[in-house]
Design a protein around this ligand. Sequence first.
Ligand code: PLP
Length: 448
Amino acid sequence: MTTPQSWDARAKAATFFGFTDLPSINERGTVIITHGEGPYIIDTEGRRYLDANSGLWNIVAGFDHEGLTRAAQEQYARFPGYHAFFGRMSDQAVLLSEKLVEISPFESGKVFYTNSGSEANDTMVKMLWFMHAAEGNPQKRKIITRKNAYHGVTAISASMTGKPYNSVFGLPLDGFVHLSCPHYWREGRDGETEAEFTARMGAELEEVIAREGADTIAGFFAEPIMGAGGVIPPSDGYFDTIIPILRKHGIPVISDEVICGLGRTGEMWGCETYGFTPDVIISSKALTAGFFPMGAIILGPEISDRLQRATDAIEEFPHGFTASGHPVGCAIALKAIEVIEGGLLDNVRRLTPAFEAGLQRLSQMDNIGEWRGKGLMGALEAVKDKATKTPFDGSLSVSERIANTCTDHGLICRPLGQSIVLAPPFIATDAHLEEMFDKLEAALKKVF
Ligand code: PLP
């Protein structure tokens, strides 16, 4: 009789892995998950892990939220799937659009649905190209983003992403311009104050606009806090400095709130945390609390009017996905927003001081150079030398080793560059935070 193959062997035989460090899984094996309970996941061996990353920033209400499961079941029983085109759409999509505009910072607006954050960013770039061309400005095609930003993986959104790894695809495409990353601790020059650094970021933007030509630029996209870049809040006054420059040149501002939106930063939207009102908000992840793949573009009043006029001129906006506005996704999103508004956002605010205190405590360690955070998203940056901020070297990054050790201790956290990123779910309790920091501390002591 042949021995049945392990889950790990079967996973490796049948799966082409994305965003996975292969030496790590070749040495350690994959973790195959069968179910979840609250913020915990349980694997095929019965091991429990506290998921301090909320899945991929999205499972904000835990893995077994009854209300969300019921909303999905009821909608599947009522009307399991439909598109949002040709003059037809589900009632759930209408209800969700109304709700999203209501909770947005906009007085009025319109919503367009996708299946992911990448598709939402990709769609938004097409919307800008379409709008500018219809307004007689077909040359307005360049997109400004920042180095280290993450906006997705489709060819356009990967071009917006400011990560060097996209060069393996020959990306970015032409016309995608990346400003500096506004990370004062890492990018500030010797002797430069934070205010001077922020002013330099503003001056760089002015220079880039002058160099490229304002009449060639279609729009500016930014995450309020860079998430996949390693949780990088902007330097003090950053958005106060750059938004007026973009406004002066008539460049639309798109706030990519795929991670920051719907409560993660302690406000409903990350742009509210930083006191600016964009033209458009991109939402996904917490939108369905991770229970359905979905993205939404929330267009503010001015840009939705401009897009409407552009569409009226040719009678149709020729773009959309088969599952755009899926009724089950919309029903789940309505419930997710209800639970976020009904207590989870308050819980994020309540937990923030303890979360920050935990990060601050661990940042006292000799090999932690900086802690960063806002609301329930945070990071600790590992350094070989605290005084000189010199990073560790080696083929398997130190953050990867820390995350692997955390996994051994029953904690899932994410290695991003030299940082360990934490983004616990909004349902977390004080006890969960304590468990998270205790396990992380044990792992850090083992690795350093
Ligand atoms: N934008 C931001 C800020 C993100 O963090 C992500 C994903 O992590 C995306 C866009 C892409 O979303 P998706 O993975 O759903 O395509």
